[in-house]
Design a protein around this ligand. Structure first.
Ligand code: MN
Length: 216
């Protein structure tokens, strides 16, 4: 199924199913955390994006004052980024432990960070360093064609236009609090062992095919 039809169908944003069973990531992530995170939190971002769009349409129709547009647009950024990031987060995690990057992406990470361990030091450092709620993201940057690691606040603050996200790690407390309490470091350590490098490699290859076409 095309990725976009998982995100949007029938004129509305929709909640895609988890790509595995709720218990598939045990013991790193427990089924209760995964269920709440997907069925309540991710679902709320989908609902929030649809509600924000409706308010923007109401402003366009003259049913809400123009002064309501700013807050509705702000809400759309927050909820839509939350929807897209969570969809990628589920796919960023693998039931198979201890995967490592291979092929062209492994070479690019070594070129940028010296080694896979060097990448992990940066990724873990960014994930632990996000203040409050946010994300760590590995992405491909279009102008340079390089892999970059970003830290996002909330969902939408810190995103760079044109980036192609490869992997994300949610560091909002709702992602880990039931099992790890306030120990974000242990959660991130567990996540690092479950990163879905096969998906990231596929996204990196797709990015490079487009990049060769557009930028070179
Ligand atoms: Mn989350």
């Amino acid at each position: 199924m095309k990725e976009c039809s998982l995100l949007y169908a029938g004129g509305r944003y929709v909640l895609p199913p988890l790509p595995y069973a709720e218990s598939a990531l045990e013991p790193v992530l427990d089924a209760e955390t995964l269920c709440l995170h997907h069925d309540r939190h991710h679902a709320a971002y989908v609902a929030g994006a649809n509600a924000a769009l409706e308010r923007l349409h109401a402003v366009a129709e003259g049913e809400l004052p123009e002064s309501a547009a700013r807050e509705a647009a702000h809400d759309l950024s927050f909820h839509l980024a939350g929807h897209f990031l969570h969809t990628l987060y589920w796919k960023s995690l693998s039931p198979e432990p201890l995967q490592v990057p291979q092929g062209a992406l492994a070479e690019a990470l070594c070129g940028e960070f010296g080694s896979y361990q060097g990448f992990l030091r940066v990724f873990r450092g960014v994930a632990l360093g996000v203040q409050g709620s946010g994300w760590a993201m590995l992405a491909a940057e279009r102008a340079s064609g390089r892999p970059v690691v970003l830290g996002l606040q909330r969902h939408e603050e810190g995103l760079v236009p044109g980036l192609c996200p490869l992997l994300v790690c949610d560091v909002w407390e709702h992602a880990y609090y039931l099992r790890y309490h306030n120990n974000r470091a242990s959660y991130v350590e567990g996540i690092v062992d479950r990163l879905n490098w096969r998906m990231a490699e596929e996204r990196w290859e797709n990015f490079n095919r487009q990049h060769d076409h557009v930028c070179r």
